[in-house]
Design a protein around this ligand. Structure first.
Ligand SMILES: *Cc1c(COP(=O)(O)O)cnc(C)c1O
Length: 411
């Protein structure tokens, strides 16, 4: 048994705070958005964490998301709902590095998490908090991976789930969500249209709205990517992070993680340059970044094969854009053709099967290396956020007739 799941540890949440206005909200309560309609961020007594937590103590604990308890909102071990959220591997890509003549390329492989995507990090936290706070029914709009993670964790602790997907969501995602015990529906619209249904049904059902960033604890789960990465880098950070950006929870979460780690003295002031990667067919953040704006209006007719980043409007837009700018990073869009070519190239050359969203980060890295926005001396981390096995793959047409003579030299 993983002792992170059973050991009581001191916790340090003081309150929640509107990410826009800075007004305070009570800890250990159910919350959606702030009064201003913006995401809430969980705040900690960081001087207290600094006294209570050492790098050595962390090193003694088993790896995985729940080793970071002092920086997480769940108070009691009994409320932890876990399916085994292990630390994810960093994998070097030496052949690609050599071919591009560039710097270090390191993939953080989030596809190894429960339900095959990093949505598990966010949802394990949201569901554990929902369990702690007595929620009986959760609802969410999803392009697939978040719904699967919600369904899995909620079913595990007896919370009912209702999940809405855009109608063209791949069958495999709906099947997974249904099999994990959710009530799941295809809706004739995009993810923000599905989100509206969650809002509309709230009064009639009493379900809890678990939409991206409309619930404050998911970001705390996603934050562990930044905590974990810094520890894996020997309490340092990479030079640049390429992050496939939909709602932006992970990018915002990692940015928060680095600030908290600096506040407790675990890392210095250096930050990675944060690069928000989007698809050309759905690039609201790239547009807003290029125009120098703080908010990103809805991107109409959004389309891309990278369904996890097909998010036409993000409630945390200003947090994504602030982090990208403050870090000296940038936002970049890549075409679906470049995404597919990137997935093919990484699989063929390095034997690593990325999801399309992960492929987008490699396509963006190549483009940025070519135009000089990333240099050969930089260590880059690319996020592969789901296993490539969840996505459509090319058909194989080759057959062999074993009853006939086979020329093995031609296979
Ligand atoms: C959800 C998702 C993303 C986008 O993550 P955000 O943190 O919401 O921007 C990227 N890739 C995959 C595979 C996803 O499921």
């Amino acid at each position: 048994m993983n002792s992170n799941l059973t050991t009581e540890r001191p916790t340090f949440v003081t309150h929640l705070e509107c990410a826009m206005m800075g007004d305070r909200y009570e800890a250990d309560r159910l919350h959606n958005l702030s009064k201003a309609g913006k995401p809430l961020l969980v705040r900690y007594d960081l001087p207290g964490v600094k006294k209570a937590l050492t790098k050595d103590a962390l090193k003694q604990r088993p790896d995985g998301l729940w080793k970071w308890r002092e920086l997480l909102p769940v108070r009691k071990a009994a409320d932890i709902v876990s399916l085994g959220e292990d630390a994810t591997s960093l994998i070097r890509m030496p052949k690609l590095e050599k071919k591009l003549g560039g710097g270090e390329i390191i993939i953080k492989d989030e596809g190894r998490l429960p339900t095959g995507s990093f949505k598990a990090r966010g949802l394990v936290m949201a569901v554990s908090m929902a369990k702690a706070l007595g929620v009986k029914h959760m609802a969410m709009p999803t392009n697939g991976n978040a719904g699967a993670a919600l369904a899995a964790y909620a079913s595990r602790c007896g919370i009912r789930t209702t999940i809405f997907c855009p109608e063209d969501t791949p069958e495999i995602n709906l099947s997974e969500i249904a099999l994990e015990g959710a009530h799941v529906y295809r809706v004739n619209g995009l993810i923000d249209d599905c989100g509206k249904l969650v809002g509309q049904g709230k009064e009639a059902t009493g379900w809890f709205d678990t939409s991206t960033l409309k619930e404050p604890y998911r970001i705390e789960g996603k934050k562990t990517m930044g905590l974990e990465l810094a520890e894996q880098f020997g309490w340092d950070v990479p030079d640049v992070i390429f992050y496939p950006t939909g709602g932006g929870t992970g990018l915002i979460g990692m940015w928060k993680a680095f600030a908290e780690l600096e506040a407790i003295g675990f890392i210095g002031p250096k930050r990675p340059r944060m690069v928000a990667v989007q698809a050309e067919g759905c690039a609201p953040m790239v547009r807003a970044w290029e125009k120098g704006e703080e908010h990103a209006p809805r991107f109409e007719n959004a389309h891309t094969i990278a369904s996890g980043i097909r998010v036409p409007r993000a409630v945390g837009d200003f947090l994504i854009l602030r982090a990208v700018r403050a870090s000296g990073g940038f936002a970049i869009a890549v075409s679906d053709e470049a995404i597919q070519a990137a997935v093919d190239e990484v699989a063929r050359e390095e034997g690593f099967l990325m999801c399309p969203e992960g492929g987008a980060t490699y396509a963006a890295y190549k483009a940025a290396l070519a135009d000089g926005r990333v240099t050969k001396t930089e260590r880059a981390v690319l996020f592969n956020c789901a296993t490539g096995l969840k996505y459509p793959m090319p058909k194989v047409t080759a057959t062999l007739d074993r009853t006939k003579p086979i020329d093995f030299t031609r296979l």
